[in-house]
Write a protein that binds this ligand. Structure first.
Ligand code: FE2
Ligand code: FE2
Length: 172
């Protein structure tokens, strides 16, 4: 059974993951109308992933005797000054999500809810990866600068971007 405090904290994270999905969907649309198909496909996939993160939490809350709350979401930014700005926002958002996950882990320990603590470890590892991906993209964008040819190649290659982190390297 989930405590009231844990349930509220998990429901808050459900909202954050849902908002992440919307934020990235808006980025996908912006990239699509700008003609960058690779970036757009990448962001559509990110949006789908965030929805998966949300659903995983929804199921967990419901399975443990709680009731997942589906709440109203903040409208995301729909336009950006540049791709650099868009990816900066993506990185900032992932850092914000990591902080929120950390806080959630902290609450689970305070509440002595070790099942939730264990469940959240997946999110801890996922955030290490997502921040690393966002950082790699920003490094590439900074290298390209205003070079149109560079942006063309970046758009072509982003869908195959793989980032190996210390977390993904850890033997099971
Ligand atoms: Fe997420
Ligand atoms: Fe994420």
């Amino acid at each position: 059974m989930l405590s009231k405090t844990i349930q509220e904290a998990l429901n808050n994270q459900i909202r954050i993951e849902a908002e992440s999905s919307q934020i990235y969907l808006a980025m996908a649309c912006w990239a699509e109308v700008k003609g960058l198909e690779g970036v757009s496909n990448f962001m559509y996939a990110q949006s789908d992933e965030e929805r998966e993160h949300m659903l995983k939490l929804v199921k967990f809350v419901n399975e443990r005797g709680g009731h997942a709350k589906i709440s109203q979401l903040k409208a995301p930014n729909v336009t950006f000054k540049s791709f650099k700005e868009m990816f900066e926002k993506l990185f900032e958002h992932e850092v914000y999500v990591s902080q929120s996950i950390n806080e959630l882990v902290h609450i689970s320990l305070q509440e002595k809810d070790y099942a939730t603590h264990n469940f959240l470890q997946w999110y801890v590892a996922e955030q290490i990866e997502e921040e690393a991906v966002a950082r790699t993209i920003l490094d590439k964008i900074n290298m390209i600068g205003d070079d149109k040819g560079g942006l063309y190649l970046f758009d072509r290659d982003i869908e195959n971007l793989t980032v190996t982190t210390a977390a993904t390297n850890t033997p099971e």
